[in-house]
Write a protein that binds this ligand. Structure first.
Ligand code: TYD
Ligand code: MG
Length: 466
């Protein structure tokens, strides 16, 4: 047993070819088709690893000789002040600011605005000292971006470097309050021979940044690129190592950007911030509903407004459907910002449970503003938009929908219904359709908006199209 262990450590210490799972970072001495750790197929890539010390060793972050098990009561609770990033949306996503010593991963597709957001934050943080390390752009490019954002700050230091030793050295000299690394895929540590961006490099470089963060109590924000096909090669393997994972999303052709917390050790996960990309950087959008609803004077068919909840906030958004007779044999179905399988399911429910003939129709569904919606409460608005377009019957512009639709055509209750009703009420809407089953114990008299309880799809459409 001991002999095998020693043998294993020695084996890693020389140059060696190893195989890593692109999805979860699991390693294997030989190529395998299916990853035993995460179950994904065809994710193993070959990498040469040469380490000055065993790879596994470096992951024991924060180890000190005096460390011993402590009763939880004896541990000082770290109720420290969080660092205010002077950006309401980013603060919200982090759960109220940045925790000292934390390691944050900010992921997103290239061009979505990660560098812009973090440079903008770095420039606004004066008097705090920020070290912005870039392995992607030259000093002049960053200067141009800073000029575009239009803030001058003497305490924001730009350092174009990719070697982790150099970064650590300058970090110690400069003693910054916050460090931004743009991006983790460009870093390379001499401990590992593989090229920058490889899985072993990403893992080891991130571990080094984590050690710096934890030993000095300075927060580090790592930017990570997500590849085009949606697989988070690289950043994905860091998810368990970092304290929070923020994901930047949005359709590049629209101005809106969504920053989502998918993991957060210090705050609510699934919290979300909304930004708008302007000519001079990203603007925080504090009241998303007013922007996501298009201002419309005339009624058109195929438009319905959903009251969804994203993170902790209720948001009203517009769903648009176009239903037309299929020109070719197989009808087309497409959903932008909405799960296609869910759309197909809703169409099947309409067909089978309520007798609407949609099987020969093309159905296109679009969530306005380039948003992606996962909240099942958007189902009812989607159905309303589809039926409205199929019957060419415009819906009242002052009506909102918030309920899930089940497989038997029943209209189901959704969480946080009061928040949804109250948001629609606040914005001056006149009527909201909800599930009858979600209204128990609610005091509806305090709202001006009329609440319409419904139980199934057939009844819903009868009420709506009256
Ligand atoms: P960028 O931050 O470079 O993206 P990432 O770091 O995620 O790859 O964002 C690049 C895009 O943002 C680019 O298409 C230009 C645009 N942009 C603006 O629209 N306004 C601005 O003020 C800035 C700085 C960039
Ligand atoms: Mg960038």
């Amino acid at each position: 047993m001991i002999a095998t262990f020693v043998g294993y450590v020695c084996m890693i210490m020389k140059t060696k070819t190893l195989f890593f799972c692109r999805n979860c970072g699991n390693e294997s001495p030989k190529w395998i088709g299916k990853c035993p750790a995460c179950g994904e197929w065809n994710t193993y890539v070959e990498e040469t690893v040469a380490t000055g010390k065993p790879l596994r060793h470096s992951q024991n972050v924060g180890k000190s000789p005096a460390a011993r098990p402590l009763p939880v009561k004896e541990i000082e609770s770290e109720n420290e002040a969080r660092i205010d990033l002077h950006n309401s949306e980013l603060n919200r996503v982090l759960g109220g600011g940045l925790v000292p010593g934390s390691l944050i991963l900010a992921g997103g597709e290239p061009g979505i605005g990660k560098s812009t957001l973090l440079l903008q934050v770095a420039l606004r943080l004066s008097p705090l000292k920020v070290l912005y390390v870039s392995g992607e752009e030259s000093n002049r490019q960053i200067r141009m971006r800073a000029d575009r954002i239009g803030i001058a700050n003497e305490n924001c230091f730009i350092f174009t470097e990719t070697d982790t030793r150099e970064i650590a050295r300058h970090f110690e000299q400069l003693k910054p309050d916050i460090v931004v690394i743009d991006s983790i895929q460009t870093l390379a540590t001499p401990q590992v021979e593989a090229s920058a961006g490889s899985i072993s490099q990403i893992r080891e470089s991130a571990a080094e940044m984590n050690r710096l963060a934890k030993s000095t109590n300075v927060p580090f924000i790592l930017i990570g690129h997500i590849t085009k096909d949606g697989s988070i090669a690289g950043p994905k393997i860091l998810e368990h190592m970092v304290d929070a994972v923020l994901q930047f999303e949005g359709d590049r052709h629209y101005g809106f950007r969504i920053l989502r917390a998918i993991k957060n050790r210090f705050g609510p996960a699934s919290e979300l911030g909304i930004f708008e990309m302007r000519d001079n950087g990203l603007r925080e959008v504090e009241n998303p509903s007013e922007i996501l609803l298009s201002q419309r004077e005339t009624q058109v068919s195929g438009v319905a407004i959903a009251a969804i909840v994203e993170g902790l906030r209720p948001i009203l958004i517009e769903t648009q459907a176009l239903v037309s007779t299929a020109a070719y044999g197989t009808p087309q179905r497409s959903g932008t910002g909405f799960d296609l399988r869910r759309l197909n399911m809703l169409l099947a429910v309409l067909e089978k449970r309520a007798g609407f003939r949609l099987a020969t129709k093309d159905v296109f569904l679009n969530i306005a503003g380039g948003l992606r919606v996962d909240d099942p409460a958007s189902d009812l608005a989607v159905i309303a938009a589809i039926l409205s377009s199929a019957n060419d019957q415009a819906l009242d512009t002052q009506t909102v929908f918030a309920a899930e639709v089940g497989l038997s055509g029943e209209i189901r209750a959704v969480n946080r219904i009061e928040a949804r009703i109250s948001e629609a009420d606040k914005l001056g809407f006149e009527r909201i359709f909800v599930s009858k089953y979600g209204l128990k114990g609610l005091d509806l008299t305090k709202y001006r908006i009329r609440v319409e309880p419904v139980t199934n799809v057939g009844e819903f459409w009868a009420k709506l199209s009256r």
